[in-house]
Design a protein around this ligand. Structure first.
Ligand SMILES: CC(C)(COP(=O)(O)OP(=O)(O)OC[C@H]1O[C@@H](n2cnc3c(N)ncnc32)[C@H](O)[C@@H]1OP(=O)(O)O)[C@@H](O)C(=O)NCCC(=O)NCCS
Length: 175
């Protein structure tokens, strides 16, 4: 089943959202969402957003601030004289889709929503990259959505990946 994007909605995590039906294939991610995400938010460590379909939570992602080492980026897109060792970034610290809805487009919708949030943030605070430490089995999902692997660390347990916001925003003419 493919769910059209206009049936999905992304809302900030709040206490009153019933998360009990949510079950992704990853128990650690389920546990984080149900037991730790609110506290992490209150501690200003992370922010979580829930993807809703017909009043039901079907996906989520969690954002934190990050930096990425300049020397790890292959495609710098025109920055030749950057004086620092790190670029500013936002990390997708966690992301998952309810198993029942896997392959229905919820993951792509959620990732596009995360990119939208980072675009919004980049209008207020410098933020050029989106990073993620991917699960090995999800690398293909991020590659399909424009992320690149950091070659030097591709054999890590959670290989780090990045997406450069600059060409994306140039393409849509909203830089
Ligand atoms: C990875 C995950 C978020 C993908 O969500 P999803 O809703 O199933 O993905 P979508 O249906 O939106 O798929 C979008 C595209 O990515 C592809 N895709 C999805 N998962 C993929 C994977 N694991 N490997 C390769 N491609 C994948 C789909 O085939 C689709 O491609 P298409 O448009 O050419 O058909 C989901 O499988 C999940 O929650 N996994 C468990 C937790 C996890 O691994 N989280 C990410 C780790 S940080």
């Amino acid at each position: 089943m493919i769910i059209s994007f206009d049936q999905l909605q992304m809302v900030p995590l709040e206490e009153n959202i019933d998360l009990s039906p949510f079950s992704s294939s990853n128990e650690d991610l389920n546990d984080f969402l149900k037991n730790d995400a609110i506290e992490s938010q209150e501690d200003l460590i992370s922010r979580t957003y829930i993807c809703i379909w017909k009043d039901r939570p079907v996906g989520f992602f969690t954002l934190v601030t990050d930096t990425i080492e300049v020397k790890l980026i292959e495609q710098k897109d025109g920055i030749d004289d950057y004086a620092y060792q790190k670029y500013p970034a936002i990390k997708v610290a966690r992301m998952a889709v309810d198993e029942e809805f896997a392959g229905s487009g919820v993951g792509r919708y959620s990732l596009l929503a995360a990119i939208g949030k980072v675009h919004h943030i980049s209008q207020e605070v410098g933020c050029r990259y989106i990073t993620v430490d991917s699960k090995k089995e999800s690398i293909g999902f991020y590659l399909k959505n424009g992320f690149r692997l950091i070659k030097r660390y591709e054999n890590r347990k959670f290989p780090p990946m990045y997406l450069n916001m600059h060409p994306i925003l140039q393409r849509v003419g909203r830089k």
